[in-house]
Design a protein around this ligand. Structure first.
Ligand SMILES: *Cc1c(COP(=O)(O)O)cnc(C)c1O
Length: 403
């Protein structure tokens, strides 16, 4: 073990991670403390949408930090107002949208659960529908929405009234009744391994929610802010939710989350029902404005779509690869055998950062700014990593998780 690993074991809560001690980043590359360079195609788990140390990000943080960084929720700032108006416009809420700014995805989802309560409680509706494989965060409320037993069971009792829907329209139809306050669903399930729903699933969820007087709340923490090549993934589904949560890429690496409401759902909160000391602070808001403004100005969403397509095509035919999932620059690469952990480790040894959300899926979520050079480097390193693992993969292969 290195000295830093000893320090980490002694001082940090024992929760896994710590794959390397990273010291610096620039564009799509990071360097560890020993100077080893990595191509970062995980982007801080779909967060660093402009890469590392982008001048727009650096300038926004520095300028705002030197002007006004924190003021509490007793006060408003121009940066916060600009961001709220921008998010309404990007989400297409029209006049009757409202925005709340939080500090993380989990927090944005906590507020979404409270929205469901404010909507359902007056008529005694307390059921919340979630989808099998969902991930909504680690805070107690968000955790209650997460069906995966390994995440939830140690912390039970969870919130009551959570009902899990399977990935089928029949299951969706069977789950809706007049006790449902809301359905909370990711348009594409990132942590589950970049999993989309069956065709028509979200449209049917919209219809059923409306028919039963329930809210449809989309968790776009991972898919929002342009990750899938639209500002929000729901915009490619032709549906309008009652609320959407977002975080990850929203401020290019500065911690920030948001919940955006549409129509009548905008009237549910009232003074005293929610707030956050740090949420919507000028520093985070100004950074988000700069990052989102730059994405718009440069039409980076066109690059997200083009580079996503180029990557999908590039990985097809590499050893062990059976296909790709997701949209834009949220890409799940499926493997023929459950060796994703070994592939991730081999990639890191070769200087490439990717992630293995499940035993047979590699997830990549690179910066929106990537070009031919980054893609060529990725395909080279990733192809070599796959070939290395394929060569040592007999039917007896063990995954990294099993070691
Ligand atoms: C990452 C993620 C969360 C949790 O966000 P945090 O900022 O880690 O609290 C919630 N929902 C989805 C879909 C996510 O991908």
């Amino acid at each position: 073990m290195n000295i830093w690993q000893d320090d980490a074991s002694r001082d940090l809560m024992s929760l896994g991670g710590r794959l390397a001690l990273l010291a610096r980043g620039e564009g799509s590359h990071v360097w560890d403390a020993d100077g080893t360079r990595y191509l970062d195609f995980l982007g801080g788990i779909a967060v660093n949408c402009l890469g590392h140390a982008h001048p727009v990000f650096v300038d926004a943080v520095s300028t705002q930090a030197a002007t006004l960084s924190h003021i509490s929720n007793y006060f408003a700032s121009a940066a916060q107002l600009e961001l709220a108006a921008r998010l309404k416009r990007l989400a297409g809420t029209g006049e009757r949208g409202r925005v709340f700014l939080a500090n993380s995805g989990g927090e944005a989802n906590e507020m979404a659960i409270k929205l469901a309560r404010l909507h359902g409680n007056p008529t005694g509706r307390t059921t919340i529908l979630v989808v099998d494989g969902a991930f909504h965060g680690r805070t107690m409320g968000a955790l209650s929405l997460t069906p995966k037993p390994a995440y939830r069971e140690p912390f039970e009792p969870a919130l009551p009234g959570i009902r899990t829907v399977q990935h089928s329209i029949e299951s969706l139809e069977a789950a809706f009744d007049d006790t449902v306050a809301a359905m909370i669903v990711e348009p594409i399930q990132g942590e589950a391994g970049v999993v989309s729903h069956p065709d028509g699933f979200l449209q049917r969820a919209r219809e059923l929610a409306t028919a039963h007087g329930a809210l449809l709340i989309l968790d776009e923490v991972q898919t929002g802010a342009g990750r899938t090549g639209e500002w929000f993934a729901f915009q490619r589904e032709g549906i309008v939710p009652d609320a959407v949560t977002m975080a990850k890429s929203i401020a290019g690496g500065f911690p920030l989350g948001a919940m955006i409401t549409f129509g009548d759902a905008s009237d549910l909160f009232y003074p005293g029902t929610h707030n956050s000391t740090f949420g919507g602070n000028p520093l985070a808001s100004a950074t988000a404005n700069a990052v989102l403004g730059f994405i718009e100005e440069q039409d980076l969403l066109a690059n997200v779509n083009a580079r996503g397509a180029q990557l999908r095509e590039g990985v097809s035919g590499l050893p062990l690869v059976t296909g790709t999932r997701g949209a834009g620059l949220l890409v799940g690469i499926t493997l023929a055998v459950p060796v994703a952990g070994a592939v991730r480790a081999a990639a890191q040894r070769r200087g490439l950062i990717v992630n293995a959300p499940t035993d047979d899926v590699i997830r990549i979520a690179p910066a929106y700014t990537i070009g031919d050079a980054e893609i060529a480097e990725f395909l080279d390193l990733f192809g070599a990593s796959l070939a290395e693992v394929a060569a040592t993969t007999a039917p007896t292969a063990t995954t990294e998780a099993q070691k």
